[in-house]
Design a protein around this ligand. Structure first.
Ligand code: NDP
Length: 332
C-alpha cells in the first residue's frame, strides 16, 4: 500500500517537494488488530504545525514515515472482537490508502444516518471545535452578536449555522464574493469580504452599524492578525473571544501588530484559547445536539472533495489559499 510522508520540513508555505509518496508493506494481522481500507481522508490546518520540529500539543511528523490525520475507512479484515469486515470506522492513520491498527485506535462510526465523511467535518473534529468553542469557550447565547472569521471553512461554516440555530446575530468574514454569498446562504446576517481591499476593521464597523448591534459580543477567531485586531476594535463591554486558530500566521510565524490590544482593558474583554480535545469527554452531548440539527435540516453540509491519494498535498495546500468551501476532504 502507499502513504504520504514528509520529506523535508517546510520553510514558510509548504511546497509539493516537501512531500513524498512511500510504499508501506502490510504485515499479517496480530490478535486484536484490524486492516482498514481508507475511504475518506482529512486535511486540516493544524497539520502545518506538525510539520515543524517543535514541541506542541501534537508531536511533529517524523520525516520519511507515513503521516497521520483523520480518516474514515472500511474494515476489510479483522482479528479484533467487536469489529468485522464491512464496518465503517474512524481513526488517525490518514494520508494513506490502507492501515493496520489495534482495535483500541479505531472507533466505529456512531449510527446517526448521515454520510460517513460527515464524521470528518460537522460531526467530527471541526464540528466539535465549532460547537464547544462557540457555546462553551465563548459562552455565546441567544441575542449575542457573533463575529467569525474563515466563515466559509469547515469550523467557520459550522459556527455560523450553530449560532443562527441558537438565536444569535452573525457576521462572517471570508475571502471573495462567492464565499461570502455562501456564508450568507448559511444564514449570516452580514458578511465581510476581507479580500475586497477594504480593511477588516472598517468593514466590521460598517456591518455593526448596519445591524445596529453596537459592537460584537463574541469573536470566534480562526485567522488572527488583522481579523483579531478588528474584533478588538469593535468589541462590546464584557465581550468574549474564543481563540480557535490563527491561520494567517501558520506559514509566516510572524504575528501582526495589534493596534487595538489595549481595548482589552476598558472593555473587560475575556480572551481564551482552546483545543478541541478539551471537550472529548462530551462527545455524546455533541452527537445528540448536532445530530438532531442535521436531521432536522437546520444544518447544511458543505464539502470540497479532491479525488485520490495523489491529491493529498493539493488538498492540504488549498487550505492556505482558500481552495475549500466547507470541509476539505480527499476521497479514495
Ligand atoms: P478551513 O476549512 O477554515 O480552511 C482554512 C480556510 O482559512 C481557507 O479556506 C481560507 O478561507 C482561510 N484562510 C487561509 N489563509 C488565510 C489568511 N491568511 N487569512 C484569512 N483567511 C485565511 O479550516 P478549518 O475549519 O479546519 O480550521 C479553521 C481554523 O480553526 C484554523 O485556524 C485551524 O487551525 C483552527 N482549528 C482549531 C482547532 C482547535 O482545537 N483549537 C481545531 C480545528 C481547527 P478564505 O478563502 O475565506 O480565505
Amino acid at each position: 500500500s502507499r502513504a504520504w510522508s514528509l520529506k523535508t520540513r517546510p520553510q514558510g508555505m509548504p511546497k509539493h517537494t516537501d512531500f513524498e509518496m512511500i510504499d508501506v508493506s502490510q504485515s499479517e494481522l496480530a490478535d486484536g488488530e484490524v486492516r482498514i481500507a481508507n475511504r475518506w481522508l482529512s486535511v486540516d490546518p493544524y497539520m502545518r504545525g506538525r510539520m515543524n520540529d517543535v514541541k506542541s500539543y501534537t508531536p511533529p511528523f517524523e520525516l520519511g514515515k507515513p503521516m497521520q490525520g483523520g480518516a474514515i475507512g472500511e474494515v476489510v479484515e479483522s482479528r479484533a472482537e467487536g469489529l468485522k469486515a464491512g464496518d465503517l470506522v474512524q481513526h488517525m492513520a490518514g494520508w494513506r490508502d490502507e492501515a493496520t491498527l489495534p482495535a483500541n485506535q479505531v472507533q466505529k462510526l456512531p449510527d446517526l444516518a448521515v454520510d460517513p465523511q460527515a464524521f470528518l467535518g460537522q460531526l467530527g473534529m471541526p464540528g466539535m471545535t465549532a460547537y464547544f468553542g462557540l457555546l462553551e469557550v465563548a459562552a455565546a447565547k441567544s441575542g449575542d452578536t457573533v463575529f467569525v472569521s474563515a466563515a466559509a471553512g469547515a469550523v467557520g461554516s459550522t459556527v455560523v449555522q450553530v449560532a443562527k440555530a441558537k438565536g444569535m446575530t452573525v457576521i462572517g468574514s471570508a475571502g471573495g464574493a462567492d464565499k461570502c454569498a455562501c456564508v450568507k446562504s448559511l444564514g449570516a446576517d452580514a458578511v465581510i469580504d476581507y479580500k475586497s481591499g477594504t480593511p477588516v476593521v472598517k468593514a466590521l464597523g460598517e456591518a455593526v452599524a448596519a445591524l445596529g448591534s453596537g459592537g460584537i459580543d463574541v469573536y470566534f477567531d480562526n485567522v488572527g492578525g488583522e481579523h483579531l485586531d478588528a474584533a478588538l476594535a469593535h468589541a462590546k463591554l464584557h465581550a468574549r473571544f474564543a481563540i480557535c486558530g490563527m491561520i494567517d500566521v501558520y506559514n509566516s510565524g510572524a504575528a501582526t501588530e495589534l493596534r487595538y490590544l489595549a481595548r482589552l482593558i476598558g472593555n473587560r474583554i475575556q480572551i481564551r484559547g482552546f483545543i478541541v480535545s478539551d471537550f472529548m469527554d462530551r462527545a455524546a452531548e455533541f452527537y445528540t445536539d448536532m445530530g438532531a440539527l442535521l436531521k432536522a435540516g437546520t444544518l447544511q453540509r458543505q464539502e470540497t472533495v479532491h479525488d485520490g491519494l495523489d491529491a493529498m498535498p493539493d488538498a492540504f495546500l488549498g487550505l492556505f489559499s482558500g481552495g475549500n468551501t466547507g470541509k476539505m476532504l480527499v476521497k479514495l
